[in-house]
Design a protein around this ligand. Sequence first.
Ligand SMILES: Cc1ncc(C[n+]2csc(CCOP(=O)(O)OP(=O)(O)O)c2C)c(N)n1
Ligand code: SF4
Ligand SMILES: [Mg+2]
Length: 329
Amino acid sequence: MLDYRGSKTTLCAGCGHNAISERIIDAFYEMGVAPERVIKLSGIGCSSKSPAYFMGRSHTFNAVHGRMPSIATGAALANQRLMALGVSGDGDTASIGIGQFVHLMRRNLPMIYIIENNGVYGLTKGQFSATADLGSKLKTGVINNLPAIDTCLLAIEMGATFVGRSFSGDKKQLHTMLKAAIAHRGTVMLDVISPCVTFNDHEGSTKSYKFMKDHEEPLTDADFVPAFEEIAVDYDPGTAYDVRMHDGSHLRLRKLEENYDPTDRVTAVARLMQAHQANESLTGIFYVNTEQPSFVELLNLTDDPLATLPAERVRPSRQALEKIMEGLR
Ligand SMILES: Cc1ncc(C[n+]2csc(CCOP(=O)(O)OP(=O)(O)O)c2C)c(N)n1
Ligand code: SF4
Ligand SMILES: [Mg+2]
């Protein structure tokens, strides 16, 4: 199990992202995936920092903000023996990275893509992201007047072949979904609701970041982040569950029933839309398609990973080059 651990987390105590890292460690350990066979990929954000905190022996690439999908595509195609695990945030995916995200979803690249969804840009101090719900409120009192992007709906519509949503505090469900994700060959898109516990400093407070910044002469560039208890839930399939968040708001989770058929794409879209109408966060595996060829199969790549082929096998012969030149005349 020690081989699956990473560096000590620098995220806030109680941040949902830490709980997700723990579940990733458990799932990869239990599925017997050697850490050296995994490449962890991420963009920018607190969520995107989290690959440093699990599977320290795996390969890692921390990409530019919102650009992880293209790095992942290159890595997965160059070496199909590696298992690609992407960790992104709602800002990284649904704002700056949305263009890359939709193309990744339609290609069925073999990889697991996790969105650690807290509805804000945690790393840049809590602005709304594009997954923030209409009418939701920041601690600052700012109201979000734009509709949320549902990344699961978008992924199904774009052609992803394994799509689900969970909650960082639902140990059992997330663990199971991650194990199923590891077993899937194609793109797995998991949107995991993952609370950001930090943003409780507000206008008028004499203990807020702003007040302190305006009134103090800092000796060092230190910051204070309050600690919260991690929220954990356990509820039955087919039922709903109200979670009271640290800021007093409520999250209404509903777990798909046991006899739900995840191979029916139309039902998956309808259930997600109904959940929106009922103001519920539906959780579970919404959609799975095991028939669709993966991007690697579609491209008819060689069995040996491209990254390991010697020059004699990748360099075209003189005759082949001449034939190409002939065709261009
Ligand atoms: C090109 C670029 N634009 C903007 C930023 C500033 N920035 C850093 S992280 C971030 C958003 C992170 O939000 P999210 O992906 O939801 O991650 P979280 O911190 O909430 O886990 C932004 C806008 C950046 N680093 N690079
Ligand atoms: S700021 Fe929010 S998202 Fe970032 S580590 Fe702290 S709790 Fe997590
Ligand atoms: Mg976020």
